[in-house]
Design a protein around this ligand. Structure first.
Ligand SMILES: Cc1ncc(COP(=O)(O)O)c(C=O)c1O
Length: 367
């Protein structure tokens, strides 16, 4: 049996004709640049995320850059984030000229440890980029309180958590700006790249709409220096179709996760992901903390089971950030996780037989 980490073929099959129809509309009108599908998709995401404004852009990375620029973050500013996340979260802070300041994560939820944030705040700290890692929202009530106390902006990097909730409120809608990624492996993935900023703030929204087209308004007049970062109409057409299934797909992921919780609970070398009592996750990844991780990874691959390490190297130890002068041991939880995590298939279309094979193979390895 073969079990991929993600099976986009199975996902696309039942919706491929709808996608072709939506795409054809774009080909007929040639409205490739910010065509009507982009606006329609932005409106649909506003409703889905219960937010006032949604601004499409070219990727989740650009969404973070646009958010940072919109909040006037740049030279001399410090931005707090976590070292255990995808590179873009910290790379974008550097890219706008600010300095990433890392705060360790919690060993159970993998999200930022709110108890460690205040110690990292200095007079230069301007914002926190909170990451909702693997689809589970961070503890936003505590984080927003800290941000308010120190007058910090909050950006939520919700690339992995579209539709997730914390205390009944949608992830990405707590802070000043939330960002989304439509990278193909996300719960809502495009057929290429795409991203989005979310905000309830009218002024920030207007600025973000301008920033994605070089800060231009009216044409050839520039109040700010922005980017060329539009959401392609073709991608918006794909995403409009896929959005109709998103809730079902995320629900299926939760059911699949539940099956793992029931059936991998008796192996002492494995810790299952912990979901905070106020959080509703969308399980973009199902990530175990295990002993002998690298051996397990090889063993599963040798038995045709897709699995991956997100992430094998913490960001504070990346070569490009050596100028920040962090060293090994600075963020022990993140460092340990990079040596012990492994993500196993939880995609919506996985069958029970495939899950049974994953479970059996993992048990075989440890027993
Ligand atoms: C946590 C996180 N932040 C940012 C990004 C960047 O998104 P994109 O790949 O769309 O640029 C990703 C996705 O890959 C991500 O997982």
């Amino acid at each position: 049996m073969k079990v991929p980490l993600l099976d986009l073929h199975t996902q696309y099959k039942p919706i491929l004709n709808d996608i072709k129809d939506e795409m054809e509309k774009v080909f007929i009108t040639h409205a490739y640049k910010l065509g009507p599908q982009v606006k329609e998709f932005e409106e649909k995401i506003q409703q889905y995320c219960k937010i006032k404004h949604a601004i499409g852009c070219a990727s989740g990375t650009d969404a973070l850059i646009l958010a940072l620029i919109a909040l006037d973050i740049g030279d001399g500013d410090e931005v707090i984030t976590i070292p255990f996340t995808f590179f873009a979260t910290a790379g974008t802070i550097h890219r706008v000229g600010a300095r990433p300041t890392f705060v360790d994560v919690k060993s159970d939820t993998f999200n930022i440890d709110p108890d460690k944030i205040e110690k990292a705040i200095t007079p230069r700290t301007k914002a926190i980029i909170v990451v909702h890692l693997f689809g589970q929202p961070a503890e936003m009530d505590i984080i927003i309180n800290i941000a308010q106390k120190y007058n910090l902006k909050v950006i939520e990097d919700n690339a992995q958590g579209i539709g997730a909730e914390y205390d009944g409120k949608v992830a990405g809608t707590f802070g000043d700006i939330g960002t989304l990624s439509f990278f193909p492996s996300k719960n809502l993935g495009a057929m290429g790249d795409g991203g989005m900023c979310l905000t309830d703030n009218d002024e920030l929204s207007a600025k973000l709409f301008q920033l994605r087209v070089h800060g231009e308004n009216p044409q050839y007049y520039h109040k700010w220096v922005g980017l060329n970062s539009r959401l392609d109409t073709i991608q918006a057409a794909v995403l409009l179709v896929k959005l109709r299934s998103l809730e079902n797909w995320s629900e299926a992921r939760r059911r699949n996760a539940e099956y793992y919780y029931k059936n991998i609970n008796d192996i002492p070398q494995i810790k299952l992901p912990v979901i905070h009592k106020k959080a509703k996750t969308i399980f973009n990844q199902f990530t175990l903390v295990v002993e002998r991780r690298d051996e397990l990874l090889k063993y599963l691959h040798s038995r045709d089971i897709g699995c991956a390490v997100y992430y094998p190297r913490p960001l504070h130890l990346q070569e490009c950030f050596s100028y920040l002068n962090y060293k090994e041991g600075d963020f022990p939880v993140a460092e340990e996780l990079t040596n012990k995590v492994i993500s196993i298939p939880v995609f919506s279309e996985i069958t029970r037989e495939q899950q049974d094979y994953v479970i059996k193979t993992i048990k075989e390895f440890y027993i």
